[in-house]
Design a protein around this ligand. Structure first.
Ligand SMILES: O=C1C[C@@](O)(C(=O)O)C[C@@H](O)[C@@H]1O
Length: 144
């Protein structure tokens, strides 16, 4: 089982950006945590972060035929992008959407996700642990 973890815009600023909302851990800390979790479960993992919508679309397309599950935090593109969910539907790889914060309890414009419909589940408001829950969900789904 190979999992691709995709983080969208400003997620490279984790640890610095709005720590009251996103915490003090960095993207490197997050990736280390996910890597250890996947290793313990015997799964391979790859990471990708970009601030550019088209680069995220390209990476999802590259996953076609190479990856069994995608964990994606599209960040702000969650609320604006049609191209990212279209790419997820195009490759047909099961994906779980993750948000560190609880997008339902913040500003109104964060409540709607275009990506959600292209994913098997959405996990929000569990902090960084949400990524591990998303990995588990994909692993359990794969075990059938
Ligand atoms: O950049 C982000 C991060 C986020 O996806 C989260 O992880 O809580 C929530 C989004 O609304 C926001 O634009």
């Amino acid at each position: 089982m190979k999992i691709l973890v995709v983080n969208g815009p400003n997620m490279n600023m984790l640890g610095v950006r709005e720590p009251g909302i996103y915490g003090r851990a960095t993207l490197a800390d997050l990736e280390k945590m996910i890597r250890a979790h996947c290793a313990a479960a015997g799964a391979d993992v790859e990471f990708f972060q970009s601030n550019h919508e088209g680069a995220i679309v390209d990476r999802i397309q590259e996953a076609y035929g190479n990856v069994d599950g995608i964990v994606i935090n599209p960040a702000a593109y969650t609320h604006t992008s049609v191209a990212i969910p279209d790419a997820l539907r195009a490759v047909g790889i099961p994906a779980v959407e993750v948000h560190v914060s609880d997008i339902q309890s913040r500003e109104d414009f964060r409540r709607h996700s275009y990506t959600r419909e292209a994913c098997v589940a959405q996990i929000a408001g569990r902090g960084l642990k949400g990524y591990l829950d998303a990995v588990d969900l994909l692993l359990n789904r794969n075990r059938g």
